[in-house]
Design a protein around this ligand. Structure first.
Ligand code: ADP
Ligand code: MG
Length: 719
């Protein structure tokens, strides 16, 4: 057995040609231990050959290459360490000058009459074309033209250079890539091309096999083969993910049982009669989607997204009443106590005079109240239960839970939903979010969830104007605020928390887990009371206050007793005071786009136009400035979500730990949206067939899906 035969995909890199123990140690920092990992260490970019150019066409500062003959070489040495080597290279289209500083060996390398390829970025000096330190390739004969070569550029670590990476990878490519197992049979690659072309992505011919793709990714022969190789590997990564999600969805639909909730036209009419308005076309469409879901014997898993005020809660109430009409209970979970109470009030008012009984379970109940609510929930006397996370920890038992609605999903842990299973059945699951999810995230992190979207706003709303304040605006703005107050409107003033570590925690503003530094909102409150808004009734609201005080302040604002509410972002979620139309946001650079938009939603509740003015303290950095500009320019939550994703990436939006999925290696959620769509479509089709789970030709692919996502997504054994 020769040495090269002994090398396999699992060979430790230190035994590879040109690596050795010390370099192997450095490669470990890049996560490379085996030959296979080295093969799958993908370039982050490429260096493309400069286009060859005739000398009379050369443009100043534009990368190019040319082939010519050395006509003159000159070396001026000023001292041992200071020299200039100049050379003239000529061909039929003219001559160029090369300059090399402190590289005296160039004078020997450039032999007169030698044929040489020069590439680099030229400078036009009058009529003279000059290259300083160009790249040179010596050509041995007149005829020879070098192969244009696309060079891979790898992520590096200390002590490993670009040329080292290329030298280590090149020799193993040929032998080892042949050993790779193909997980995408030819038939699938052909179908992938069709699916991709439906998304507007064209691949010449077909997607290459794995060995050709790996070769084409490291050392592409030309741009087309690079493109085809990349597309194949990106597609594969997306496809494996989408298969996992599709399998999970299928598995849940088979294994989980949920009650059938039927709707007749009678039930529909009775529910709609409860609302003092007619549903919008959007609401009707989404309700229809939900009705279809809950009429199946497995749990609905649907995310309902729509801007603040788009009427999600009304849709949820419809679904809850559908459960009640089918003799089941429903539960509504809110992220905060304040919001839970508000939902309770809303539900109670829609249902006044009906037989449906609504209960609330929250952190501030007395022990006996709590016991009674729990008892009534267990016995089935309470039909609809509203509450916060406390619900999950209170040992709630339902008599017959049919539907669980969660408001503002991203503030809830995914695992918590398991706690609501009872009696071998799952409730149907409806999640509402006013933070629209960028389409690519919706397809991945929420890929096993069905999505409904409300884009239409219920009629009769004012519009919201947003102003990005400029220096010197302060007086003008507060004068405007006082004018609105004098007209009878109410006003919010939002101040951020000071401590940077707390800013991170804004995501989890619940009731008890808040660690706010409230000194800034307190000082804003003091200032306004003693100055600009001294003549008005001002209240203060923040997470450090105890439940009762908070509740009182909210009620006083709701009833109009308070005209101004100075607050932290506790008002972010869902507070509904339609007479409040003006909002001042201080320190706005500290808020994310989604959060700002949520805040803005507070002043678009009624018939009056809303006005939001955002102030920054100090100089906002360029990123924040861009974010705030986008915020002031668009009022569409979906556009903002895409912009947020563009500006900050997906991590910030959902919290890295929440996705629970391993990072993608070569695909990029945003850039490769179309590929992901194509992969999703094909994955759904594949998983719908029996063949996918049994046929030999899918064997390797099933294995890869299991290895990568099996445990994380609880995929079982695929059998
Ligand atoms: P969201 O939960 O999306 O913020 P809500 O369901 O709370 O929105 O609706 C916001 C406001 O609009 C509520 O006061 C609600 O009563 C009202 N509303 C909802 N749907 C309609 C409709 N079809 N026509 C008129 N008003 C509506
Ligand atoms: Mg809401």
């Amino acid at each position: 057995m020769t040495e090269s035969n002994a090398i396999t995909l699992s060979t430790q890199v230190q035994y590879l040609q040109g690596v050795g123990p010390s370099r192997a140690k450095r490669l470990e920092k890049l996560g490379i231990h085996t030959a296979q990992q080295l093969l799958f260490f993908f370039p982050r970019d490429y260096e493309f050959p400069a286009p060859s150019c005739s000398i009379d066409q050369i443009q100043d500062g534009v990368n190019c290459s040319l082939v010519g003959r050395v006509e003159d070489v000159d070396l001026i040495t000023r001292s041992p360490s200071r020299s200039i080597c100049t050379a003239i290279i000529a061909n039929d289209s003219g001559a160029v000058k090369l300059l090399f500083f402190n590289q005296p060996f160039r004078a020997e390398q450039l032999v007169l009459d030698q044929q040489v390829q020069v590439s680099g970025v030229p400078k036009l000096n009058g009529l003279q074309v000059e290259f300083t330190h160009p790249k040179l390739v010596m050509l041995s004969s007149d005829e020879e033209m070098p192969e244009p070569e696309i060079l891979p550029i790898y992520p590096l670590t200390e002590g490993v250079k670009q040329t080292d990476m290329r030298r280590m990878i090149r020799p193993i490519i040929e032998g080892l890539s042949e050993q790779l197992t193909e997980v995408m049979p030819k038939d699938l690659r052909v179908r992938a091309v069709e699916s991709l072309s439906c998304q507007g992505i064209t691949v010449e011919h077909e997607l290459p096999a794995i060995h050709a793709s790996i070769r084409g990714l490291h050392f592409p022969a030309d741009a087309q083969s690079l493109n085809a190789s990349r597309t194949r590997l990106i597609f594969q990564e997306c496809f494996v993910l989408q298969l996992a999600l599709a399998i999970r969805q299928k598995r849940l639909s088979i294994e989980r049982k949920a009650p059938l909730l039927k709707s007749t036209s009678m039930i529909d009419a009775r529910i709609q009669n409860r609302f003092p308005f007619s549903l919008t076309a959007d609401q009707k469409r989404v309700i229809q989607e939900i009705r279809e879901d809950v009429s199946k014997p497995y749990p609905m898993n649907r995310l309902l997204q729509g801007d603040v005020g788009s009427g999600k809660t009304v849709v949820a109430i419809y679904a809850m009443l559908l459960a009640v009409a089918n003799s089941h209970q429903a539960v509504l979970m809110a992220p905060t106590e304040v919001l839970a109470r508000q939902h309770f009030r809303t539900l109670s008012s829609f249902l006044s005079g009906s037989k449906v009984r609504v209960g609330i379970l929250s952190g501030s109940l007395s022990a006996s109240e709590r016991r009674r609510t729990l008892e009534e929930t267990r016995s089935g006397d309470t039909h609809l239960l509203v509450g916060t996370q406390a619900l999950l920890h209170a040992g709630v038992q339902f008599q017959k839970l049919g539907l669980c609605v969660v408001d503002e999903q991203h503030k809830f842990g995914v695992a918590q939903r398991e706690m609501l299973r009872s009696g071998g059945q799952d409730p149907h699951y409806l999640v509402m979010s006013a933070t629209p999810i960028p389409r690519s995230i919706a397809m991945t992190l929420f890929g096993d969830t069905d999505l409904s979207t409300l884009r239409e706003t219920p009629p009769g709303r004012g519009v919201v104007h947003t102003y990005l304040s400029h220096a010197g605006w302060k007086d003008r703005w507060w004068k405007f605020v006082r004018e609105r107050l004098d007209e009878g409107r109410q006003v919010y003033v939002v101040a951020p928390m000071i401590d940077a570590s707390d800013v991170v925690d804004q995501q989890s503003i619940g009731e008890n887990d808040v660690r706010e530094d409230v000194s800034s909102v307190e000082s804003v409150f003091e200032d306004l009371c003693n100055g600009l808004l001294a003549d008005y009734r001002i209240g203060l609201l923040h997470g450090r206050m105890d439940q009762d005080r908070k509740q009182r302040v909210m009620e006083d604002f709701q009833s109009g007793k308070l005209q101004v509410l100075v607050s932290t972002t506790v008002i972010e979620v869902g507070i509904d005071v339609s007479n409040a139309t003006v909002m001042t946001i201080l320190g706005a650079q500290q808020f994310g786009l989604a959060q700002l938009h949520q805040l803005r939603g507070r002043v678009s509740r009624g018939v009056h136009d809303g006005h939001v003015c955002i102030f920054t303290d100090g100089d906002a950095d360029p990123d924040s400035h861009e974010r705030l500009k986008v915020f002031a320019e668009t009022n569409d939550g979906f556009e903002l979500a895409e912009a947020d994703f563009r500006l900050r990436g997906p991590g910030d939006m959902f919290g890295k730990s929440q996705s629970g999925l391993p990072p993608l290696r070569i695909a990029d959620l945003q850039r490769d949206y179309e590929v992901m769509s194509a992969a999703r479509k094909l994955a759904k089709e594949s998983v719908a067939t029996e063949e996918f789970f049994v046929s030999d030709q899918w064997h390797e692919l099933r294995g890869q899906v299991l290895r990568r996502y099996g445990a994380r997504l609880d995929l079982g054994d695929l059998a």
